[in-house]
Design a protein around this ligand. Structure first.
Ligand code: GLC
Length: 409
């Protein structure tokens, strides 16, 4: 019998968690062409078309705008009271709409009648727990450190009673989840990528005909460390040792939640303040990100908070690039310092500048590290076995849930 799986994702924009979904779709369809995959989104965006192109049936049920904008990040601006009243104000105003939305959501899921629901973000975890029919197993794909968000962690703890099991994207995320949700059975399944798509450039020789290109590839979430990157850029430029380096910021805002993201204008202003605008370009979201990694010479990951995984790190490594990584959280599990990437303390512009300086002065080190990086990803994060890992995880929890349902009859 072929399985019917329903995926639920909060946004239609494509960030790391969404790229992981696309990888799941591609690998599952490859190993089990008859599998029936459905995707339900809380807002529309390019993920809808890209999933449909992989044979997934997509449905967008737009969450009322006000609710989409509510999130715990408004608490992080040192204006707790304002945050609390705004959040509750939002919720009270939207309550009737939320109830209506939940009814439609429940009906839609009932019609799809999935064998299993795969929830891919905090909002779906919470909303599904309010309506999920008991007999359908629901698994949570955990892409975040919940303990850093106390309000969310409390809500999730309560919601997790309705979840069957979780996939943690790294050991660090598993350890954190276990603290917050001690009863949720967890499996660590590392994110994987298509190493035939993320490939090194054909020419291995470092080009001297263009300025050295240094890039940060990330969504505009504030903790992705854009200002650390810009501060380090300013330090490199100040030394005037490498006048022909150029810095690039690739990506943009993806969530509608207020207060959690930079705007491009704000980053422009910061760069102007640092007097580095001439050496900086914003490239926005790029459809073919593999081309961008190949085009860059050095890739920087600068998150100021522990990174749950850091998909861009392994993507850039697979493209044979030297990557500087803010060494905290799951990101630490992806590389060996000094061999296939360089680790620096998070939120430390002088340390980042020093690591950049080292790579800029040693082009042969860049090549060697890039080769090692490609080797590591090919061995450890190749999507070849990813589909099987996910399917066997589903199978374990599907049969387990069926037994529970039978016992309850
Ligand atoms: C989230 C995490 C990031 C991870 C991605 C894919 O965006 O913040 O670290 O790489 O999900 O799992």
């Amino acid at each position: 019998m072929t399985m019917r799986i329903l995926y639920v994702n909060p946004v239609g924009e494509i960030g790391g968690a969404e790229r992981v979904l696309l990888t799941i779709f591609a690998t599952l369809k490859q190993i089990q062409p008859t599998i029936e995959l459905h995707l339900l989104l809380f807002s529309n965006g390019p993920l809808a078309d890209q999933s449909a192109a992989l044979g997934v049936q997509v449905l967008v049920l737009s969450l009322p705008e006000r609710l989409n904008q509510s999130g715990d990040s408004i608490f992080k601006q040192n204006r707790k009271l304002l945050g609390i009243s705004r959040l509750f104000g939002d919720l009270t105003l939207s309550l009737p709409r939320l109830v209506k939305y939940l009814m439609v959501l429940r009906q839609t899921i009932h019609q799809i009648a999935p064998d299993l629901i795969h929830s891919n973000g905090i909002k779906p975890h919470l909303l599904l727990s309010l309506i999920q029919p008991r007999s359908t197993p629901i698994v949570w794909h955990i892409h975040d450190f919940y303990s850093s968000r106390p309000l969310v962690a409390k809500l999730l703890r309560w919601a997790s009673i309705r979840a069957t099991a979780g996939i943690a994207i790294s050991q660090a995320v598993a350890a954190d989840t276990q603290k917050c949700l001690p009863h949720l059975p967890l499996s660590v399944i590392y994110n994987s990528i298509n190493i035939h798509h993320f490939t090194p450039s054909e020419s291995k020789v470092l080009s001297t005909s263009h300025p050295t290109r240094i890039g940060l590839v990330a969504t505009f979430a504030r903790w992705k460390g854009h200002k650390v990157f810009l501060d380090a850029a300013a330090q490199i430029l100040q030394t005037q040792l490498h006048p022909s380096v150029h810095f690039y910021i690739i990506g943009g805002p993806i969530y509608k939640t207020q207060g959690s993201q930079y705007s491009e204008a704000e980053l422009h202003q910061y760069a102007t303040q640092l007097k580095i605008s001439e050496h900086l370009n914003f490239l926005g979201f790029q459809e073919n990100i593999a081309d961008i990694y190949r085009w860059l010479d050095i890739v920087v990951h600068a998150s100021t908070e522990p990174e749950p995984f850091g998909l861009s790190i392994i993507e850039a490594m697979a493209c044979g690039k030297p990557v500087i990584v803010a060494k905290a959280g799951g990101a630490l599990e992806l590389f060996t310092h000094g061999i296939d990437a360089i680790g620096v303390p998070p939120g430390d512009p002088p340390a980042l500048a020093k690591a950049l300086e080292n790579l800029l002065s040693h082009p042969e080190l860049c090549l060697k590290m890039g080769d090692q990086a490609r080797h590591t990803v090919t061995k450890r994060f190749n999507q070849e076995h990813y589909g099987e890992q996910i399917l066997s995880f589903y199978a374990r929890h599907h049969s387990h849930q069926s037994e529970i349902s039978k016992a309850n009859l």
